[in-house]
Design a protein around this ligand. Structure first.
Ligand SMILES: [Fe+2]
Length: 401
């Protein structure tokens, strides 16, 4: 997710940069150009800079040289763009010869029928939207009209004059905001994930400590709880449990024998066979375990794992004597995992049984002791060599002689 998003942001920021650079180069190029307006009616850069003229006064006068007419011409330059006009110059052609009487708002020169105008300090600069006037009074003959003109100018074109600049700027700000939010969210998510991993580690270590406490009560079954938990998780995996469910099964497997905490060490650590009374006592560990875990609401099945893991498929187990699918699935899984580890681990009164023997026992007891649908799952794990596993003891203790 991170890489894909970062690439998208990079592409977008790159695109904005390209457009802004393009606009900058365009405006610089336009600022360096000299525009010429020659059309008397519609002219110029962006068709929005133009010059109008009118003959505002006309009169007759006495003259011996034929220039017996007075005329006042007024010119207007209109800058209807957003850009400033930096400098301008006009050449206005007249149909007939003339003599300049007076002129304003510029320096005027005459060459044949052409009037040249260079703006003065007041008229040289034309901001966007501004209008400037200049004009002259001339002596001329009968007919006199503006025949043509040329208006030269340079414009200060800024990239901010273009609406595209503002669109890109808005898009940039929006993208930047989204990007910053995204980065903050990712950081928050990362912190949350770190916290979750910490909690997970605390949970694992707490459960492992509990499992070690349980196994420490019965030194002949070192690592039993951890192995059963792992076998149960592997079985659940093969049965299609999700990752979260497999983890749940693992925790439950770890504490399945927690009831042994309530059994006296004399019985748990007795070498050799137990008598009937002792066996009855040790069987109570399932109910003790169920009671200990009954308030463990975060893992609702955990008490079931402890309470029912010695029930049998045929109903001859203990302590509730329930059978078949009345036994919670978690307990049926743990029952197989527990029995397999009991068989394949050494006891004080016997050696560890061979794997093949344990496998045969499981198959033989499928449908009597064990859930016949779950036994094949365990057999598959054995055949694949996934089980048995070695669990290194996390605590060390010495057996008293
Ligand atoms: Fe048990």
């Amino acid at each position: 997710m991170k890489d894909k998003n970062t690439t998208t942001y990079r592409i977008l920021f790159g695109l904005y940069a390209v457009v802004i650079i393009g606009l900058f180069l365009y405006s610089r190029n336009m600022s360096n150009r000299t525009f010429v307006v020659t059309d008397k009616t519609k002219v110029g850069y962006g068709t929005a800079i133009y010059m109008t003229h009118e003959c505002s006064k006309e009169w007759k006068e006495t003259a011996t040289d034929g220039f017996d007419r007075g005329k006042e011409f007024d010119f207007t330059i209109v800058n209807n763009t957003e850009s400033d006009i930096r400098s301008w110059q006009a050449e206005i052609g007249f149909a007939d010869d003339f003599k300049i009487d007076s002129a304003w708002n510029g320096d005027f020169g005459k060459n044949d029928h052409t009037l040249s105008v260079v703006p003065d300090d007041n008229t040289a600069q034309l901001a966007g939207g501004e209008v400037k006037n200049f004009g002259l009074v001339m002596h001329c003959r009968e007919e006199q009209e503006v025949s043509d003109f040329k208006l030269y100018y340079n414009a200060n074109v800024r990239m901010t004059d273009s609406p595209l600049f503002w669109i890109i700027l808005a898009a940039f700000i929006i993208t930047l905001t989204v990007y910053a939010t995204d980065v903050l969210n990712r950081r928050k998510y990362k912190n949350l994930r770190q916290r979750q991993e910490e909690i997970q580690a605390i949970l694992l270590e707490s459960f492992t400590t509990f499992a070690n406490i349980i196994d420490a009560k019965d030194p002949y079954t070192q690592g039993h709880s951890l192995r059963v938990a792992e076998y149960a998780r592997l079985i659940a995996g093969k049965m299609g449990y999700s990752e979260a469910e497999r983890e749940r099964v693992y925790w439950i497997g770890m504490l399945h024998d927690i009831g042994k905490i309530g059994i006296t060490d004399v019985i748990l650590q007795k070498p050799g066979k137990l008598d009937n009374e002792e066996y009855t006592t040790i069987k109570t560990h399932v109910d003790i375990g169920g009671a200990i875990l009954s308030d463990f609401n975060a893992l609702p099945d955990i008490a079931d794992g402890a309470r029912y893991h010695h029930e049998r498929w045929d109903g001859k187990g203990y302590s509730k004597h329930i059978s078949g699918k009345d036994i919670p699935e978690i307990a049926r899984i743990i029952c197989i995992a527990d029995s397999f580890d009991a068989m394949t681990s050494p006891r004080v009164y016997r050696k560890a049984m061979p794997i093949d023997f344990a496998k045969e026992e499981l198959q033989k007891c499928a449908g009597t002791q064990f859930d016949p649908d779950i036994v094949p799952v365990m057999i598959e794990l054995i055949d694949e060599g996934v089980v048995p596993i070695e669990i290194k003891e996390t605590i060390k203790w010495e057996l008293s002689e």
